[in-house]
Design a protein around this ligand. Structure first.
Ligand code: DX5
Ligand code: ZN
Length: 221
C-alpha cells in the first residue's frame, strides 16, 4: 500500500471542518494527528478533546502521533477520542514494550516513532509487536521543516528489516515530504506518507492531493 496521511497540524484551525470535508471528498483514508506537549517537543498543539470533536466529521483512520512525555498516561484518553493507530516516541517512554502492549490491549494499532538521531536497532526486541514504525524525517515539533537527507538510509534499512523478518508493520515517514520528494521516500520503502504543509498550504488542496495520487498510481496501491 501507498497512502497519504495529511497532517492536520497545517490545516486551517479557524475552520477545521472545511479542511476535513475536502479530505473526505478526496477519499483520503488516513488523517495524521500531531499531539505535542511543549515538553518532549518545544511546541504545543492539541489534545484528545479536539480529536474527539473531529471524530464526528469523518470515517478516516485516525493516525495519532504522540509527541509527549510518558505517553502511557494518555492511552485511554486517545482511545476514547477515537484513535485507530496510536504512535508514541521511543525516546519518551521508559517502558516501550509495556506501552505497546497496553495500546494493543485496547484493540487499536500500536506504532513507535523514532527521532532522526535514534538508531533502528533500539527496536530489535519489540519490532515484531509493532503495527507501524514512524521514521521522523525532521526533528519533531513543527510543520514546514526540510527533509533530513540522512533518513534515506534509515528508511532503506527499515524496509530491509521488514523484509528479512517477513513482518507486516507499516513504514510511515513524517516530515518535509512534498510532491517533489515523495517518490524518493516511496522508492526507499515508505508506505504511509505524512504531508502537512505541502497539502494544507497549497493554493488548491484538492489539486495537490490529486498530484500525490497521480504519483502513487505509478506504484501498486
Ligand atoms: C512534525 C510533525 C509532522 C508535521 C509534518 O513534528 O510530526 O507530522 O505536521 O509537517 P510537514 O509535512 O509540513 O513537514
Ligand atoms: Zn507527525
Amino acid at each position: 500500500m501507498i497512502e497519504l496521511a495529511p497532517s492536520l497540524l497545517s490545516a486551517d484551525f479557524t475552520n477545521l471542518s472545511k479542511d476535513i470535508k475536502v479530505l473526505n471528498e478526496n477519499k483520503i483514508k488516513y488523517l495524521h494527528l500531531d499531539v505535542m506537549d511543549g515538553n518532549f517537543v518545544p511546541n504545543i498543539s492539541y489534545g484528545p478533546g479536539i480529536i474527539k470533536s473531529i471524530r464526528k466529521l469523518t470515517d478516516m483512520v485516525f493516525d495519532v502521533h504522540l509527541m509527549i512525555e510518558k505517553p502511557e498516561r494518555y492511552i485511554d484518553a486517545f482511545v476514547d477520542a477515537g484513535a485507530d493507530i496510536l504512535t508514541f516516541h521511543y525516546e519518551a517512554s521508559i517502558h516501550p514494550h509495556r506501552t505497546i502492549q497496553e495500546i494493543k490491549a485496547k484493540g487499536i494499532k500500536a506504532g513507535i516513532s523514532l527521532n532522526p538521531s535514534t538508531p533502528l536497532n533500539v527496536l530489535e526486541y519489540i519490532i515484531k509487536d509493532l503495527d507501524l514504525v514512524l521514521v521522523m524525517s525532521v526533528n519533531p515539533g513543527f510543520g514546514g521543516q526540510s527533509y533530513i537527507k540522512a533518513m534515506d538510509e534509515k528508511i532503506c534499512d527499515l524496509k530491509k528489516i521488514k523484509e528479512d523478518l517477513n513482518l507486516d508493520f507499516i513504514i510511515e515517514v513524517d516530515g518535509g515530504i512534498k510532491t517533489g520528494n515523495v517518490e524518493n521516500v516511496i522508492d526507499r520503502g515508505a508506505e504511509l506518507i505524512v504531508s502537512g504543509s505541502d497539502v494544507f498550504k497549497a493554493d488548491d488542496i484538492t489539486s495537490r492531493i490529486q498530484e500525490y495520487y497521480s504519483i502513487f498510481s505509478k506504484y501498486v496501491r
